[in-house]
Design a protein around this ligand. Structure first.
Ligand SMILES: [Zn+2]
Length: 250
């Protein structure tokens, strides 16, 4: 059976001689693994190497175990991301994070559209891509079912929030009375709380123009990272290790 669907390549792993296994995020099938064998770009003769970030309409068919890509009409290669190594590092993190959170066989069209949108915004010179990463992280969490509670205490439901902490384990803010439920809960400023809510609610194109102050970004970074690691039970991302290595070379 042939399935025609929009896909984006999230990951490529080697598989035998001249073949690769691709992890795709597809609109109709969710996350799927597919073999790229004899794949040709469009109808031309020259086969193009399939790389992560390629976005297009693919025709997939189910082989014995894996899907195979029989055809792909390219919509965007996001090739220009290669021009800036830091930008490419963050864009790679976006793919890696998406790959770790989405589930095989489960569609998520809102997330699919948001992924294409964030990568497109990445190409714009006017966009602040660090802000975009934060926005994408929050939207991904919401669309994948990990929305943190930011309005009331996630433990007792209280709206008396004169002093709060953020608990990754509980999944949101906790009030003073509930501090003892999570010894690892982190301090969070009101402004960081508001930024998180803003990032979850606002259109990416609007967020892209925004530059978050360094100190708020640091707090945001710490909280979101801790939340992601706790919720999806992952301890590292290759792309972030790569980015840290580059930062130390500066
Ligand atoms: Zn409480």
């Amino acid at each position: 059976m042939l399935i025609k669907t929009d896909v984006i390549v999230l990951k490529k792993s080697k598989f035998g001689e001249g073949e690769a296994i691709l992890t795709l995020f597809s609109k109709k099938l969710g996350k799927v693994k597919a073999v790229a064998k004899g794949w040709k770009k469009g109808k031309g003769k020259n086969s193009t190497t399939i790389q992560p970030f390629l976005y297009g309409e693919a025709v997939l068919f189910k082989g014995k175990n894996l899907y195979q890509i029989s055809q792909m009409d390219l919509k965007n290669s996001f090739y220009k991301l290669q021009e800036d190594v830091i930008k490419l590092g963050y864009a790679s993190y976006i793919l890696e994070l998406t790959e770790s959170i989405i589930i095989e066989g489960q569609t998520n069209n809102r997330l699919f559209e948001t992924l294409i949108e964030v990568l497109t915004e990445f190409l714009s010179k006017k966009s602040d891509f660090i802000t975009l990463v934060k926005a994408y992280e929050m939207k991904l969490l919401v669309y994948a079912g990990y929305k943190p509670e930011m309005n009331i205490c996630v433990c007792c439901g209280s709206s008396e929030l004169d002093k709060v902490k953020f608990s990754s384990r509980q999944g949101g803010i906790i009030c003073r009375k509930c501090f003892n439920t999570d010894p690892y809960a982190m301090n969070i400023s009101t402004i960081t709380m508001n930024v998180i809510v803003y990032l979850m609610r606002t259109e990416l194109s609007q967020i892209a123009k925004l530059k978050i102050k360094e100190e708020i970004r640091k707090e945001l970074d710490k909280i979101i990272k801790n939340y992601i690691y706790t919720q999806i039970d992952k301890s590292e991302f290759k792309s972030l290790i790569f980015l840290e290595a580059i930062e130390t070379l500066k």
